[in-house]
Design a protein around this ligand. Structure first.
Ligand code: IVH
Length: 669
């Protein structure tokens, strides 16, 4: 292919992939299979790698993320990002509507929308191209989170149709509930505490330093406002509908997510409908926003200091119920984490019967000053699991016993520990505490770890009760008869179990490492460690300092690793697993050279010959270290094109050596 043909091919592929993304993520009507999509994407990735000069800034390949973003740059909003005035009763909405009518020359038309419970975002477009995504910040200045927002597939990078040359679109980024629940299931698998609610998790995700992590999370976005000069729209509802034509995911009348209303009765109908129906939405909302539709009337009404007069939010009441606290019990997780649970007299809340509420930790119990028999308020707000928000002290029975956090493990009676700076208690008796033992084995066999699918939690339970296993290494000593003798095990299942245990010996090192169930070592960290150390022996012998020196490994993880490998029992288990032939090294590691002599690099900007990821890999493969931001410890700044001036100034101030891409490539030649 000639250069011109390659350029055209890259453009055509980008356009085609953009169309499929829109069909899948905005219209929910895919036109090709996932497989076909991946094939096209791979083809584009290959071409862009060979000809980086033709790759678009907004290429669909940027959706997978990857680069470690540095501190987010501050950006001043072109239009201040204000908030809405809130109201909590229908009377307040009636008062507002009366005021609006009086202030307007002609009877206003209104638009009712959902109040999405997420994170506000303003996205700028230039000539149909995604330019910048900025958080709300303090309303005047926000943070540039473009790299992360680009990974949200329902946000178009290239617009279609008849869009204005320059404008900003605003909306709310949120965590779809299904994805949030999935994420928390993974957290359970990894023995980590659960994320409390979708909104905070969405906000945390947007501030992630590594955009590939954002891409995995599956955030979504609904748009609710178009801003710009000379946009030529008369009404807000018209602008929102038009934005849908340009490729944005906007609320539609068909879904009843947005409604043009002529009077207060129609507004009230919308509010009443969603007050009950909101529990069936695939995302969370915390109210309804009512806006004056006509832009000229909006201008006339203007703003107060903080919010527009032309809009008001009706906030739903978080549903609460009052019931009796009967008992506090404690659950022990796979990693020994203790979670207190409030056992309640059954009560109806937001359509479901609630008997239990999460209490998180000791501090929470003390803050509420809980007593047994207390009359407590339970609330189902953003959280999936209801929580106790207060106590009706007037109803406290005489001589009620204060709830005192347990000191010993409810399962094995071992003394509990609470590490400094951590909120949770742990049972340190890993090897002798039944839920920890079973939990660790269940984790070991799980799909993302050793994937021993011939076994399930019930079989693990039976094996454990029959004293056939007490750790995961014991699985490899089991015979056909051991399984066959178990209740309900047929010939075929016993064979299956033996077979799948045997095949797990082929599972690569990084998944074995994840399967060991070391606290704070999830899938990604395991992968990182495996690649860095190549062999378990090196990881086992690593000290705190060398662990922390690894990109993205913090003190918490490092301490947990040291703790795990210092225990004789764990050493013995690993030795036995090795004897059984499990994978404890990477077979074809990339050879790490010493060329860069452990020196520290920061990369910034865009490069001609290599992608940022490739550059980072080259640094690591040549024995250098990557860090996200410049400090006095940085040895080199590899400067690409379009590098931020602030970074350059900082490097100069700290005397960091600034080198070009070519100079770097020369260094490792
Ligand atoms: S309009 C002048 N519409 O609520 C403010 N905001 O307190 C114009 N929000 O920061 C905002 N859904 O992030 C508007 N349909 C909606 C909304 C919405 C959620 C958020 C938004 C804003 C906050 C206002």
């Amino acid at each position: 292919m000639s250069k011109e043909e390659i350029k055209k091919k890259i453009q055509a592929l980008s356009e085609e992939l953009n169309k499929h993304n829109h069909a899948y993520y905005v219209l929910s009507a895919p036109t090709i299979s996932d497989f076909e999509f991946d094939q096209l994407l791979k083809e584009l990735e290959r071409l862009e790698k060979e000809h980086p000069e033709f790759a678009f800034d907004n290429s669909p390949t940027k959706r997978v993320g990857g680069d470690i973003t540095e501190n987010f740059e501050k950006v001043t909003h072109i239009y201040p990002m204000l908030s809405l005035s809130n109201s909590y009763s229908k009377e307040e909405i009636i008062d507002w509507e009366n005021r609006i009518k009086k202030l307007s020359e002609t009877a206003p038309t209104y638009v009712c929308e959902l109040k999405y419970d997420g994170v506000a975002i303003g996205i700028r477009y230039n000539n149909g191209q995604f330019d910048k995504a900025v958080t709300r910040g303090d309303g005047t200045q926000g943070e540039d989170v473009s790299a992360n927002v680009r990974t949200i597939k329902s946000i178009p990078l290239q617009l279609q149709g008849n869009y204005p040359e320059q404008f900003e679109i605003r909306g709310e980024i949120f965590f779809p509930l299904k994805r949030f629940e999935e994420l928390n299931r993974q957290r359970i698998e990894q023995g980590e505490p659960l994320y409390a609610n979708p909104r905070n998790t969405a906000s945390g995700t947007l501030k992630q330093q590594n955009s590939s992590k954002v891409a995995e999370r599956g955030l979504d976005c609904l748009l609710y406002g178009v801003y710009g000069d000379n946009l030529n729209f008369e009404n807000h509802s018209q602008a929102v509908a038009k934005a849908g034509n340009w490729g944005f995911k906007v609320p539609t009348e068909k879904q009843n997510y947005i409604r043009v209303c002529q009077n207060i009765d129609e507004i009230m109908d919308f509010i009443t409908y969603w007050d009950t129906e909101r529990k069936n939405l695939p995302f969370e909302i915390d109210g309804i926003v009512v806006k004056v539709d006509n832009y000229r009337q909006q201008d006339e009404l203007g703003f107060t200091a903080k919010s527009p007069r032309w809009a008001i939010a009706y906030k739903f009441k978080a549903e609460t119920a009052e019931t009796i606290l009967e008992e506090v019990t404690y659950q022990v997780g796979r990693t020994g984490a203790i979670t207190p649970v409030a056992n309640l007299q059954a009560v109806l809340l937001a359509g479901t019967t609630v008997k239990r509420a999460s209490l998180h930790n000791q501090d929470q119990i003390e803050k509420l000053d809980l007593h047994l028999g207390d009359s407590v308020y339970v609330e189902k707000g953003g959280e999936i699991i209801p929580k106790i928000v207060g106590v009706n002290v007037d109803k406290r029975p005489a001589n009620a016993e204060v709830v005192k956090f347990i000191e010993r493990c409810p399962e094995c009676d071992h003394e509990l520990l609470r590490k400094e700076g951590e909120a949770q208690h742990y049972c340190p008796n890993e090897m002798g505490c039944s839920p920890q033992i079973r939990g660790k084995i269940e984790h070991f066999i799980s799909r993302k770890a050793l994937d021993i699918d011939g076994l399930g939690p019930e079989t693990i339970d039976l094996l454990y009760q029959n004293k056939l296993i007490k750790n995961y290494a014991d699985l490899f000593d089991l015979s056909f008869d051991d399984f066959y003798d178990l209740e309900r095990m047929a010939d075929k299942s016993a064979n299956n179990a033996i077979q799948s245990i045997a095949s797990s010996k082929e599972v690569p090192f990084e998944r074995v490492l994840f399967g060991l169930g070391i606290r704070h070592v999830g899938e990604t960290v395991a992968k990182k460690l495996a690649r860095h150390f190549v062999h378990i022996d090196k990881l086992q012998n690593a000290d705190l300092e060398s662990l922390i020196a690894i990109d993205e490994i913090g003190e918490k993880i490092a301490e947990s690793l040291i703790d795990f490998f210092s225990k004789e029992e764990n050493k013995e288990i690993i030795e036995r697993l090795k004897q059984h032939g499990l994978q404890f090294e990477i077979n074809n590691p990339v050879e790490i050279k010493e060329t860069l002599n452990n020196q520290t690099f920061v990369i910034s900007g865009v490069f001609k010959n290599v992608s940022r990821n490739e550059l980072k890999e080259l640094i690591e493969q040549n024995g250098g270290k990557n860090t996200g931001s410049i400090s006095s410890k940085t040895n080199y700044l590899v400067a690409g094109e379009n590098m931020g001036p602030a970074k350059l100034a900082k490097a100069e101030k700290l005397g960091v050596k600034i080198i070009s891409e070519d100079e770097f490539l020369e260094m490792i030649k």
